[in-house]
Design a binder for this molecule. Structure first.
Ligand code: F6R
Length: 614
């Protein structure tokens, strides 16, 4: 969690640091801080603790310091160790006040290290795990190391997933950074070089971007960028292809990122499908590094993911099983690795992660690899840690998603997983090419259908506004409608903070129906998929118990609409693709209700976009 940035060079500026932090706020916003070296000799630090207003406060405070500096670092925090206070806000200093560091992740062995350092006379000013890093660097520098080797030595002592960035007044133009299972990239621009947690933070400021691998140390000066392993051996820099433009990373005229991203879904789905079928009518997945023979040998699939990504995997399970006849097990990432899963070299483990950095999923994939499985990641972030570690990767091409609540990456994940299902069915000869082609054509029809749903935005907004006083929501569906229901409930929970539950509609009568009364609003996912009739009967069951029912139905399906008090329409599609469309009215509903309640949809309380802690 947390966003980090650093810059050095003649044109390094506070504006870039603070703007960069603004674009990293989705990673956490409990507090924000910067430290800069001015006049090549003075380390100045500013920290602001005001929740989502921290950056504005930091910006205000920064007017009081010299805007020209040689090297500077910044941080936006999502607290893990130590409460949200100024003392715990980053950057953190060592005892001498010469070294400043920012950190994203967790130092798992910080208690032991802190005790040792304190016994040796180091004075701690915060309750964070981070501060031990500054004091470790202090020790190594005292022993004669330079900042680069001090960072390498410290990293060998630190346990856990993290990225750190350090500066030292005695080397006033250099930034040294290192990462292990946490995101970090480097960028070079016109007389300024950067490190940052991700590309959007420095888009438009840097023009060339480079990867940093795990346990690699990057040394950034105004003139050059050098990469080393922890033993000090120099490594070659490898570039990242960045196709996003700055416009894609800012709100583009929308009130907030979440609505922008909901409205981008026809494009993100279209982009995810681009170039995936060759002129011979075969699905091609060009990032596929697994051999066809390997895929033909697979006899079982696991899908692992968290939250919304897990729900995308759940939607895809139905299609994968139906088209490939391979059994698919689904697991929450944080459960998978601890449950002794039955996995071997004939198992394909698919990790679904928008960010490609979620620690739980990364650890699950690592475990799968250790057990000999073949691994494939579906991710939205090129060169993300998981994308680099897996045997194969399939990118969702949704563009940067800044809103904390995942929307466009969810629908793109489903589409990518459906493509993968078709690819598997093709190479394993479960489907004829003509059948693959027919389904692919249906996939290509999704973008205009998404636009049709988005045209009903005003209606959904007014229904949401009429429900500001509702205290409990339920979402029910069967088969693909079940993960859609779970996702509808998750979206509502995370941005409205209201109780919302998703259930398989057939399961209601086994308990949850006891909660249904006239105060409940129930969303029934009743598009014309295989279990439509049964779903309708389950919806009737809640209706007769007094609940207000909102139906999600296919356009023009009056028989279904008339069963509810209200209905949101979505165009019909192939039943196994319905998860892409049926969820969109629920995203819009959650969005509008949350706005009507006065919430900050892009930065919901207690959440962070990328969860890099276990
Ligand atoms: C919900 C949401 C989270 C993420 C989850 C996994 O809107 O965004 O539930 O889906 O934290 O994140 P990734 O996909 O980055 O692994």
């Amino acid at each position: 969690m947390c966003g980090i940035i650093g810059s050095t060079g003649k044109k390094a500026s506070l504006i870039d640091l603070i703007e960069g932090l603004g674009r990293l706020e989705y990673r956490g916003y409990d507090s924000a801080g910067i430290a800069v070296i001015s006049d090549l000799s003075k380390l100045e630090r500013l920290r602001a603790v005001d929740g989502t207003a921290s950056l504005a406060l930091l910006d205000e405070l920064s007017k009081g310091i010299n805007g020209v500096y040689s090297a500077g670092i910044g941080h936006t925090r999502w607290a893990t160790h130590g409460r949200v206070t100024t003392e715990n806000a980053h950057p953190h200093f060592d005892c001498t006040g010469n070294i400043a560091i920012v950190h994203n992740g967790i130092v798992e062995n910080f208690r032991e290290l802190k005790e040792e350092l304190a016994n040796a006379g180091h004075v701690f000013t915060s309750q964070t795990d981070t501060e031990v890093i500054a004091h470790l660097l202090e020790n190594y520098l005292k022993e004669g190391a330079n900042l680069t080797s001090a960072v390498s030595l410290a990293m060998t002592q630190l346990r856990g997933a993290m990225a750190i960035v350090a500066i030292d007044v005695n080397d006033p133009q250099t930034i040294v950074a290192c990462k292990r299972m946490a995101p970090l990239i480097v960028g070079s621009g016109n007389e300024v070089n950067f490190v940052a947690s991700d590309v959007p933070a420095i888009l438009g400021k840097a023009d060339t971007f480079y990867q940093v691998g795990d346990n690699q140390v990057v040394v950034v000066s105004p003139e050059e960028i050098s990469l080393y392993d922890l033993s000090g051996n120099q490594l070659e820099l490898s570039k990242i292809d960045v196709e996003w433009d700055l416009d894609a990373a800012v709100r583009g005229g929308f009130h907030d990122f979440m609505s922008k991203e909901i409205f981008e879904q026809s494009n993100s789905v279209r982009d995810t499908l681009l170039g995936r079928m060759n002129p011979d009518g075969e699905i091609i997945l060009d990032e596929m590094r697994l051999k066809i023979d390997d895929l033909q040998e697979i006899n079982k699939i696991f899908i692992v993911g968290c939250g919304t990504s897990y729900h995308a995997g759940m939607v895809a399970k139905y299609a994968i099983e139906h088209w490939t006849r391979l059994p698919v097990e689904l697991d929450i990432s944080s459960e998978f690795r601890y449950r002794d899963p039955v996995v071997d070299s004939q198992t394909l483990v698919i990790g679904v992660s928008q960010s490609g950095e979620t620690l739980d999923t990364m650890a699950a994939m690592h475990e799968a690899s250790l057990l000999g499985a073949k691994t494939l990641v579906v991710s939205n972030v090129m060169g993300s840690s998981m994308a680099r570690a897996a045997d194969a990767v399939l990118y969702t091409r949704a563009g940067p998603e800044i809103g904390v609540a995942a929307t466009k990456t969810h629908t793109s994940q489903i589409v990518a997983l459906l493509l993968l299902a078709l690819y598997l069915a093709q190479v394993r000869h479960n489907l004829q090419l003509s059948e693959v082609g027919e389904i692919f054509s249906e996939l290509q029809l999704l973008p205009p259908k998404i636009d049709q749903i988005l045209e009903t935005n005003d209606k959904i907004a007014s229904v949401a506004q009429s429900m500001v006083d509702v205290k409990r929501f339920y979402f029910i569906g069967r088969q693909i409608g079940y993960p859609v229901a779970l996702e509808g409930a998750l979206k509502l929970k995370e941005i409205s903070y209201l109780p919302a539950e998703g259930y398989p509609a057939g399961e209601l009568k086994h308990g949850p129906i006891a909660m249904i009364d006239a105060d409940a609003v129930v969303f029934g996912i009743a598009t014309r998929t295989r279990l439509w009739e049964k779903t309708i009967s389950n919806i009737e069951e809640v209706k007769v118990r007094g609940a207000k029912v909102v139906m999600i139905v296919n356009s023009g399906d009056d028989a279904s609409s008339s069963l509810g008090d209200l209905a949101f329409e979505v165009p019909q599609t192939h039943p196994l693709l319905a998860g892409v469309l049926d969820v969109i009215p629920l995203q819009l509903f959650a969005y509008h209700l949350s706005i009507a309640l006065g919430n900050d949809v892009d930065r919901p309380r207690n959440l962070a976009k990328t969860v890099t802690v276990e």
